[in-house]
Design a protein around this ligand. Structure first.
Ligand code: GLU
Length: 492
């Protein structure tokens, strides 16, 4: 097993024992088509496959299904690779690119033809359309009726497609890991196109060749592929192979019960990074969509590897719930080490223009925000006040707290802070308390004006921590700026 680790998530993964008594080496794969971003639904499927492989000490393969040359883009390939890396779903083999395997697919198509499992079909679009209309008129399910199966003569000037000769008798039984037994009669399946007229293979052919030749034992994928599975199993059998086990994962719904799409908000994995989520929060969230272990909500990856089994995935669709994801994110922000948070936060610090060398120890500042930030975006935004001057004060806070009555206590506090021997939370706290007492005020009546003076607003970590982290120079400068503002306002 390839070595991998996740900082800040408890046990090293090497401490987790895979189930070694499996009769064969489990091999699963994630096989996205690179036609957009990595969708959260795809990421969940990838996670399930990954966990299954890890649990059984097996191997996880990444295969890029890029044979649709018109819709596949390199940007999308990158988005998928980036998403997998960000989530920490490492693969033991691949990425394999189907476009690099065209020669092999052609060989398989050729050999299926030679063995009589596939044949050329010369039907024109018009002919197929007419067939469809007649079937519809007769209230039959539209399907290719196999009329080219027995054609021996090519049609002049027509480049044929290749169709798989589906068995006519019997049925295909899928012992689905998630849905249980699904039986489909062969009479309901028609002869699938496995090569287009330009010779390029279609999805159902490439996926079959790869799942067999890459040694997949378990295929976990979205249930939008359930219709393809019996056809794929028939092709595998024609090639002389036993199909892998399948598990079809139900889709994710939006809060309105419709299939999760852009209308519901973020669906691309990297958008969650953009929005300030930790990958472990998203993974924890995704695994719980359709899988549970008692009423436990928080799972480390190590626990998931021990506990997750694809057979326990619920066979009905589950709905996305953003507030739960936020809750999990908060949990992981609170419980992570500052070092781990910094690893993910750096990106957001860069986005808000924070240079962590221009202020206090960034790990200390992170600690001050772990209890308060719901997202890393929020954390980075709040941290600005430690690294950059603020342009404007929050108007309401100024009105409420920077009034002429606080001039005297704030001036006194400035003096005390300027003379403090030890710049510590306790000493700062004592200074504030001392000034409040001397002016016969409650501590808050001094602390809150101080907070507005040094942060520009009414919310920050505890005032002694905030003042300590800002450092003496910034605090004194900002107090001077606030005092001048009060004097000026007083005169208005
Ligand atoms: N490439 C297919 C897709 O993105 C998945 C194929 C599979 O998992 O079998 O929908």
């Amino acid at each position: 097993m390839r070595h991998f680790s996740r900082e800040g998530l408890g046990l090293p993964l090497s401490a987790v024992k895979p189930l070694v008594n499996h009769p064969m080496t489990v091999k699963t794969r994630f096989a996205p088509s690179p036609t957009g971003y990595l969708h959260v639904g795809g990421a969940r499927t990838a996670l399930f496959s990954w966990l299954y492989a890890r649990r059984h000490g097996g191997r996880f393969v990444l295969r890029i299904e890029d044979t649709d040359l018109e819709r596949s883009t390199p940007e999308s390939v990158n988005a998928i690779l980036e998403g997998m890396t960000w989530l920490g779903l490492d693969y033991d083999e691949g990425p394999f690119y189907q476009t690099q395997r065209f020669d092999r697919y052609k060989e398989v198509i050729q050999s299926l033809m030679e063995q009589g499992h596939a044949y050329h079909c010369y039907c024109s679009k018009e002919e197929l359309e007419q067939m469809r209309e007649e079937q519809m008129a007769n209230k039959q399910k539209p399907r290719y009726d196999g009329r080219c199966r027995h054609r021996s003569e090519p049609r002049e000037g027509v480049s044929p497609v290749v169709r798989f000769r589906n068995p006519e008798e019997g049925s295909v039984v899928i012992e689905d890991l998630i849905r249980g037994r699904v039986e489909i009669k062969n009479s309901e399946l028609d002869d699938l196109i496995i090569a287009r007229s330009d010779g390029t293979p279609t999805y159902n052919l490439t996926v079959v060749v790869d799942d067999i030749e890459m040694g997949m034992t378990h295929v976990v994928r979205g249930d939008d592929h359930l219709n393809n599975t019996p056809r794929q199993m028939n092709i595998m059998q024609a090639m002389g192979h036993t199909p892998p086990r399948y598990g079809h994962v139900p889709m994710i719904l939006g809060d309105d019960g419709k299939r999760l799409s852009k209308r519901h908000g973020a669906v691309g994995v990297m958008q969650y990074r953009e929005d300030g989520y930790l990958p472990e929060a998203l993974l924890n969230y995704l695994v719980r969509l359709g899988w549970s272990h008692g009423d436990q909500e928080i799972f480390s990856l190590e626990e998931l590897i021990e506990l997750f089994d694809v057979v326990d995935v619920n066979s009905s669709a589950s709905a996305f719930n953003t507030s739960k994801l936020v809750w999990l994110n908060q949990h992981y922000i609170k419980s992570a080490t500052p070092e781990h948070l910094l690893h993910h936060l750096s990106y957001h610090l860069g986005k808000v223009g924070i240079d962590p060398t221009e202020g206090p120890d960034v790990l200390e500042v992170i600690k001050a925000y772990q209890e308060r930030a719901k997202t890393l975006v929020e954390m980075a935004e709040s941290m600005r006040l430690f690294y950059m001057e603020f342009d404007a004060y929050d108007a309401d806070s100024v009105k409420k707290h920077l009034r002429p009555v606080v001039l005297a206590p704030l001036r006194a506090l400035r003096e005390r802070l300027a003379g403090l021997e030890e710049w510590s939370d306790a000493a700062i706290h004592a200074a504030i308390e001392g000034v409040a007492e001397a002016h016969e005020q409650k501590m808050g009546k001094v602390a809150q004006p101080l907070r507005v003076a040094v942060t520009g607003a009414g919310v920050s970590p505890p005032i002694d921590v905030t003042v300590r982290l800002l450092g003496r120079d910034k605090v004194l400068n900002r107090l001077d700026r606030a005092l001048a503002l009060i004097e000026q306002r007083g005169e208005e």
